[in-house]
Design a protein around this ligand. Structure first.
Ligand code: AMP
Length: 215
């Protein structure tokens, strides 16, 4: 396996495929920085910063936040860890973002190592998202059937507004129209590695570990 400090990874796939959970587990196991643009935006919304106020209307509807806003957040996070040892979770999500990312890292002589594509059917995506809940303090994900939140923290458990049925439908539409072409882009660049995202999070984590171990 390559040393963690030179791993520059993106976890990619439909909403609900488990990217966030897998990025959190893999970054802890391999000592990588977990950069989730969605999480950064949710914190900005909670703190009602200028970026948070802009982002909120897009996120609540299930639309993408404008490229320029998210790009600055991603750039800042990658610079902070000195371009090394990170997993981008939820970035890039458009072809424009993907091209910018490749160009940005190329200019800094720190090319992408791999893009991990989590593959999951639409039916499974809907089943997972509609039963997903999060801890509003820590952002940790739960699933009402497969990973129920412990009783002691029930009062902290909420449903993300963008996990409601209408927003889920919109997010899937956005994913098909705007995000799926990014897989093709990275395929051509020779960076894509597919992972079957069906199964328990432990099983999928083992798949991720063996893939990262083979890089
Ligand atoms: P996530 O937590 O990754 O599911 O992201 C939640 C929401 O944040 C998305 O539905 C978008 O509205 C917004 N978001 C996160 N990352 C991006 C991105 N790379 N480009 C545009 N919007 C984003």
């Amino acid at each position: 396996m390559l040393p963690a400090s030179v791993l520059r990874l993106a976890f990619f796939g439909p909403p609900g495929a488990g990217k966030g959970t897998q990025a959190r587990l893999a970054s802890a196991r391999f000592g990588l920085r977990h950069i989730s643009t969605g999480r950064i935006l949710r914190v900005a919304i909670k703190e009602q910063t200028a970026i948070g106020r802009v982002a909120q209307t897009y996120i609540d509807k299930g639309s993408l936040v404008p490229d320029e806003v998210v790009r600055d957040l991603a750039e800042d996070a990658m610079r902070k860890c000195d371009f090394g040892g990170f997993i981008l979770d939820g970035y890039p999500r458009t072809e424009r973002q993907a091209k910018w990312l490749m160009d940005f890292l190329g200019r800094n002589d720190r090319p992408m190592t791999a893009v991990v594509h989590f593959v999951l059917s639409d039916d499974e995506v809907i089943a997972r998202l509609s039963r997903r809940r999060i801890n509003k303090e820590t952002g940790e994900n739960f699933h009402l059937d497969y990973k129920p939140p412990p009783l002691q923290i029930r009062h902290l458990i909420i449903q993300r507004r963008d996990d409601r049925p209408e927003a889920i439908r919109r997010r899937l539409g956005v994913y098909e129209a705007e995000t799926q072409p990014v897989a093709q882009y990275f395929q051509v660049a020779g960076l894509i590695h597919e992972i079957d995202a069906l199964g328990s999070f432990e099983t999928v984590h083992e798949r991720v570990c063996s893939l990262l171990g083979s890089l």
